[in-house]
Design a protein around this ligand. Structure first.
Ligand SMILES: Cc1ncc(COP(=O)(O)O)c(C=O)c1O
Length: 368
């Protein structure tokens, strides 16, 4: 995202432009009327706890975390930290098991199986379609343009009255680029469903992302995760950021104890390490630049796409052959040549300096 000269302009008109948006009309009636499960820990978390059929003696595994007890259903301390980090309020934050959980919840919250549809913009992250397929929700597609930017007019022409959600991804996976705000704002302003902007890789970019825009656009949902820049893919935590009303629906739908105690305690610590985070991002981004330059000098590389994430989309003369030879030599990358606009392309995650050296030397030896 470029530093945004247009942002004020967009904000100024946004309220006017989205007044017709009515969230409750978008929510499936069964969800709107849902009486959520009330868990034991919603009522009391202290005292002689004989209310949740936990093991009163403790756990077979020693831990200070009282693992015999169910976790806090809300994790408000963590929600507050996430909110402070992104400059929003606690009630703007839904915590999920990775960002994959909110993707599924948003579909189930709004799309009637067999009737409604979502819109995606390939090439993009595969889970939007998988989650839609699992829920028997049709998927409309408008491909990104040759620079992997969305086409607002085509998208707005293709949506119909049953299109509940539009998934955008910025920086986009597998292409690596940030979406141009000037291509996103027209959609945000005119699409009457939810615009979900997946920011799994936002911390690798210079862009502040879209978090601050949830105040202006009630139809905006931003997805984030600690799996990427924070280096915590193993603990499975992500978030959806949106209006308190929308977050309220998600909280009512979720499994009562979706985020476990071990995950929450590690995630809390993550936000106390800004220096470490900054250092890792700086190192990965400088390795990305080095890798980009080295790859570009190789004969079998046709084009390296610019990236704002911790991976590169690279077009080869023979992507599948290169992929297979790399794998035979123990270097595993992702084949993406079957995605629109990704002809002969591999997606390569930025590794450690040593891993990147190895990748380059394997590629050089393949050439010989
Ligand atoms: C664009 C995008 N969104 C979401 C995810 C899922 O992330 P999480 O680990 O938070 O479920 C990924 C994982 O690769 C991703 O690339």
């Amino acid at each position: 995202m470029q530093p945004n000269s247009n942002r004020f302009y967009h904000n100024y008109f946004s309220v006017m432009s989205v007044t017709s948006f009515n969230l409750s009309e978008l929510i499936r009636p069964n969800i709107r009327n849902l009486k959520p499960y009330r868990s034991a820990r919603d009522d009391f978390s202290e005292g002689i706890l004989l209310d949740a059929n936990e093991n009163s003696l403790g756990s077979v595994v020693d831990s200070e975390k009282e693992l015999n007890r169910y976790p806090d259903p809300l994790h408000n301390e963590l929600r507050q930290k996430w909110a402070d980090y992104r400059g929003v309020q606690q009630d703007n934050i839904f915590l999920g098991v990775g960002s994959d959980e909110p993707i599924d919840l948003l579909i189930r919250m709004t799309c009637r199986p067999g009737r409604d549809n979502i819109m995606i913009t390939p090439p993009t992250y595969g889970m939007y379609k998988v989650a839609a397929d699992v829920n028997d929700v049709a998927v409309k597609e408008v491909q990104l343009d040759s620079e992997f930017q969305p086409l607002p007019e085509q998208i707005l022409n293709q949506v119909d009255e049953n299109t509940r959600l539009l998934f955008l991804c910025s920086p986009n996976n597998p292409t690596g680029n940030l979406l141009d705000p000037d291509k996103v704002y027209p959609i945000l302003k005119r699409f009457n469903g939810l615009v979900i902007i997946d920011e799994a890789y936002i911390d690798f970019s210079e862009s502040p992302g879209w978090s601050s825009e949830i105040q202006s656009y009630p139809n905006l949902v931003v997805l984030q995760t600690l799996s990427k820049a924070f280096g915590l893919a193993g603990i499975r935590i992500g978030a959806a950021l949106s209006s308190p009303e929308l977050i309220g629906y998600m909280l009512r739908m979720k499994a009562p104890y979706n985020v476990n105690k071990l995950t929450a305690s590690v995630a809390l610590k993550a936000f106390d390490q800004p220096e470490k985070l900054r250092k890792m991002i700086t190192q990965l981004n400088s390795e990305r630049k080095r890798l980009e330059n080295e790859l570009q000098s190789l004969k079998q590389v046709k084009r390296v796409r610019p990236s704002d994430a911790n991976f590169l989309l690279v077009h080869f003369t023979d992507a599948l052959g290169t992929y297979q030879k790399l794998a035979e030599n123990g270097v595993i990358v992702r084949y993406r040549g079957d995605q629109p606009g990704c002809d002969q392309a591999l997606r390569i995650t930025v590794g450690t300096p040593g891993e990147n050296d190895r990748l380059i030397s394997e590629l050089k030896s393949i050439m010989e």
